[in-house]
Each structure stands twice: as C-alpha cells, then as structure tokens.
Design a protein around this ligand. Structure first.
Ligand code: ATP
Length: 359
C-alpha cells in the first residue's frame, strides 16, 4: 500500500443469499484525489462496491480499509464518505438551502456555521442565489447539483456517485460530465463514479475499473484500457473492435487469417492460441495489393465524421473499418495496419482477469 492510498479492498467477497457471489474475491486500491469510474454491464456489482464503501452493507469475507484502518464494521455516519444517488434522494418539501443543510442540522452544528457551509457548497456547484427555491422548481441538472452540494457540504474525503447522470438528456449529460470533472479538480477529493456508459467513463476518469460478473476484469487509465484490453470482454465493452482468433508464433510475430504479422506484443508461449484485436479506426483502406489483408466490402454507412464499412475476409471474419474514404459495396479492397495497431490478448479462460487483484 502506498501513502496515497485512501481505500483498499482486500479479497472482498459479497454474497446476498446463498447465491453466487455478487463480488468475488475483489482486491483493489483507490488513491487520494483522483477520479475513478466503476464501469460494467447491469448487475456486475458496481453499486455493491459503492454500498460497501459507504457502509450500507458489510462484506461476507475480506477486509475494507480506509486510510489504513479496517472499516468493515464502521457505521455509514462515521465514514468520511458521502453518496450522490441516481434519483438524488432530495427532500421535495424542503427548499434548496434546507436540503443542503439537513445533515449539518442533524449534527447539531451552529446556525452561522451551517449558513456559511451551505453557502460555500452552493457556490461550488454554481447555485448561489437559489437558496430559497423549492426543489420542484429546479430543473433536472439543478437538482443534480443540489444533490452534489448536499454531499460535499459534509467535506467528505471520498464522494460516491451512483449513475448520477443517467436521468438527464444527452446535452445536459455532456455538460454535467464537464462540470463534475471540473468540480473534482477544484475540490481535490476522490470521486468514485458508477456508470455503464463506456464513453462517459473514457471521457471523465483518471482510472477505470472494468467489472464483469463480480470481478474486476481490468483497471487502468482510459488510454490503457482502450489501447490494451486484456481480454475479449474488455475489448468488446470498450469501443468497437475487430476480434479474431490467432496464434502467437514467437515474440513480436502473430498469425491470423492464415498470415503472419509483425506486432509489438511479447511474453506468450511459442504458438500460444490468442485473440487479436484491431480497432476499426486503425484500419486503412488500400488497393487489394497494398493491403496486409484482402477483404470484401459487405455494407457501408455514413456516420457524419467517417464511413463505417463492414467487410469480410476469406475465412468469413467480419472486419469493421472507420474511414474517411468511401468504399464500394461488393469490391475487394486491402486493409493496412501498423504493428502497433495489433493488440494480442490471452484467451478469456487464461486471461489476467483482475489485474488489480495482483497488486
Ligand atoms: N439487497 C440485495 N439482495 C439481493 N441481491 C442483491 C441486492 N442488491 C443487489 N443484488 C444483486 O447483486 C447483483 C449486483 O448488483 P449491483 O446493484 O451491485 O449491480 P450494478 O452493477 O450496480 O448494476 P446496475 O447497473 O443495474 O445498477 C445483481 O444481480 C443484484 O440483483
């Protein structure tokens, strides 16, 4: 554990009933002052991780540390953590000021201190002047900000955000993404943000944990995860990918679709069966002779910035290409790619599931 670590999960398992675990022996570290995102499909255990951090539920086994102390049995109100819920959970009968002041009143703080703290929190979320408004008179985006103000007024060390943008329309959602990111920078505290939207995760985070079936599949910066997915699940879930079966002949040489290609990967067993990922934007359309692969154009869609071209090789593998060049349906074309565009992954069953587990 390094001295930046604020939260640590050590072999945490959570079972609700006698069912399969919702979280299965998960270990990871969260550092102070960074923006983390838990990303994964519905039911993968994201909210359960937040609930464990907040103290709304306890692990079935394993240990959760906060600032180096075991907090397994510490009640939620004793944790330096606040949560912003998906539905904001605001009190409809209280005005903006009283919503934000609620927790401070329960703590029996002095009136003038409460006033100062609420004012500061509302200023942070650009809602100065809205103190007396009814919650019903606030828009979706404004309610969202009240919910954030109510959480940060307690000066938590960690703010947990459970899909806080999912109720907003696309335009407002994008605006709030910028706002949240900026707010995290200004506050300098740790944000742990839950989403199932991969674009949102890539745009906002310092670090992403990709979860599936109660396990962390991969953790890293958005670029790490996009450029070097460790397995098929991550490659498929993050962005669009072409994934084909291959064989790692030796270091820096991989075979797929019956041909051998130079690549930048190493450390596999000789002739190890692998999966190969190439992103659609890393494929360049050429004449059939100049390409590294020959494919037939099956269909094409104009997507505004690029054409999305669907092709097939002689083995029947589908190749999706994003290109500013147009292709003709039915034509044979070449596909060119650099060695760096090839990402070699171990097969799912052997893959380094839970890179974070190894820390
Ligand atoms: N209180 C509970 N009792 C029993 N099962 C639960 C409970 N809470 C969650 N689960 C189950 O645990 C699994 C993980 O749930 P969790 O809410 O952590 O997933 P999630 O990744 O946040 O999903 P979503 O994106 O749909 O919110 C699901 O199968 C869910 O049905």
């Amino acid at each position: 554990m390094n001295n930046k670590t604020i939260i640590r999960f050590e072999q945490v398992t959570k079972k609700y009933d006698d069912d399969l675990p919702v979280l299965d022996n998960v270990s990871f570290e969260i550092e102070r002052g960074k923006f983390y995102t838990l990303l994964g499909p519905s039911g993968c255990g994201k909210t359960t991780i937040l609930r464990l951090i907040a103290g709304f539920t306890e692990p079935t086994s394993g240990t959760i540390y906060f600032n180096g102390k075991n907090i397994n049995h510490v009640t939620p109100n004793k944790r330096q953590v606040n949560t912003v819920f998906q539905d904001y959970a605001l009190f409809p009968h209280l005005n903006v000021f009283e919503n934000v002041a609620f927790g401070l009143r329960i703590k029996k703080m002095k009136k003038d201190i409460i006033e100062q703290k609420v004012k500061d929190a509302l200023r942070f979320v650009n809602l100065s002047g809205y103190e007396q408004r009814n919650i019903q008179e606030m828009s979706g985006g404004q309610r969202q900000r009240v919910a954030i103000a109510r959480a940060i007024v307690n000066e938590p060390e960690v703010l947990l955000l459970d899909e806080p943008l999912s109720a907003l329309d696309l335009k407002l959602r994008t605006e709030m993404q910028y706002e949240l990111r900026e707010l995290q920078r200004r506050l300098g505290i740790t944000f742990i943000f839950v989403t199932h939207d991969q674009e949102e995760a890539l745009a906002m985070s310092d670090e992403i944990f990709v979860l599936n079936k109660g396990k962390i599949q991969q953790s890293g910066t958005p670029k790490d995860i996009y450029d070097e997915p460790v397995n098929r699940f991550v490659a498929d879930f993050i962005g669009e990918s072409n994934i084909v079966a291959g064989k790692m002949i030796q270091d820096y040489l991989v075979e797929f679709v019956g041909k051998q290609f130079e690549c930048v990967d190493k450390g596999f067993a000789p002739n190890e069966d692998v999966e190969v990922v190439i992103r659609p934007e890393d494929l360049e359309i050429t004449t059939p002779e100049k390409g590294k692969l020959k494919v037939y154009v099956d269909s094409q869609l104009f997507r505004g910035v690029h054409y999305e071209i669907c092709c097939y090789d002689k083995d029947g593998n589908e190749w999706l290409v994003h290109s500013t060049k147009k292709a003709e349906v039915g034509d044979e074309i070449g596909l060119y790619f650099e060695p760096e565009a090839i990402h070699v992954m171990r097969l799912e069953e052997n893959s380094r599931i839970g890179v974070a587990d190894e820390k």
